[in-house]
Design a protein around this ligand. Sequence first.
Ligand SMILES: *Cc1c(COP(=O)(O)O)cnc(C)c1O
Length: 454
Amino acid sequence: MDWNGIPREELIRWDRTIYWHPFTQMAEYEPLIFVAAEGCELIDIDGNRYIDGVSSLWCNIHGHRHPRIDQAIREQLDRVAHVTALGCSNPTSIVLAKRLVEIAPSGLTRVFFSDNGATAVEVALKMAFQYWRQCRPPRPEKNLYVALEGAYHGDTLGAVSVGGVERFHAMFRPLLFPCIRLPAPDTYRTPAGVPADRLAEYHLGLLEQVLRERHQEIVAVVVEPLIQAAAGMIFHPPGYLRGVRELTQKYDVFLIADEVAVGMGRTGRMFACEHESVSPDFLCLAKGLTGGYLPLAATLTTDRVWEAFLGRYEESRTFFHGHTYTGNPLGAAAALATLAIFEEEQTLAKLPPKVQHLAERLAPLRDHPHVGDVRQRGLIAAVELVRDKTTKEPYPWGEKRGFRVCQVARRHGVWLRPLGNVIVIMPPLAISLQQIERIVEAIADGIDWATSDC
Ligand SMILES: *Cc1c(COP(=O)(O)O)cnc(C)c1O
């Protein structure tokens, strides 16, 4: 099929040779060109339909082309597409800031907008750092962050500095600021001799040791609440997040909660922090904030932080950070509509049967000889392939097992993107029971194919 008079073959050639795709080996890239979407389905250039099994990379919430969001963007477009936030404002972004404060965990009363997950984290890192230099009395010796192995907070250098995915980040180590790294509290691969019910306690012990010795130098602890997404959906044990909050309070260190992936209803609650009654000092949101429509992010923080930045112009206590499209009104309009839909359609109240259905359908996969683990929280699920089920030995990265599963799924009309050996299932919250069924059937078939040689 041609597109706007451009032959299909030309588009494919340009896509292969001009358009450099992120996290994609361009020497092997096989173009897959989506021209449209409808609800939870994507439509490619040949008219094939696929269920959007990973929400167009974890961001779509209410489905594609939701009339309510489409309409909100159109109405905003009829007023103005963009005005700067540097020293001025617009009603749509103002109201969004107000709405976010209303629904956020208590104490998060101030909102700084940016345009993607990495910048939401950069903002938190820099605000926290500057805070300690401007609080009374100043604490300029605080210049270290604590983060977890396998952490992923985005791809700009500050976010990569606190990131811990070796395959993505090791190369850039010489460019990065130092960071104290603690092992991930992984409920699947636990340390020898630590029983499951003591796992949180064990990891909190490691954190407390670091905080006890070095809290004077530590700006903040940065975590992805409950689930370390890009690491391969590593699930933390219950109580860990709560414990991190208590320890950071005890030692007067900030807690930065990166809910870019887990926020906006993904885990069954609006924010993952709610599961453990945690209010962080910084809450980072992006991905689902606009329902997966437009690049917009928010970093929420407290009165305490805000106040340390107040002063006369010439004192230079200002937060000297911003992006051209900070708080873009089109994005804000999409976000406001996204939040309105949560109420109007009772999205969260309708989730439990879907979550349950997905769990029931996935359960039989546990018996597969090459499925090491099936884990799920809300509408985030992961099926981890292993070479050896008893030792949990992974398949070598280069064998692309996860990728092969997703290739087979594609033939079933289901689009997925794996994380190495981990098959990620993260559909829009608007997904139907029948679509959930199709996703799991496609994966089950894919796993049989991709592991049949061994
Ligand atoms: C995706 C992600 C980011 C980065 O968001 P971008 O919009 O891609 O910059 C940051 N943190 C987490 C937890 C993420 O999953």
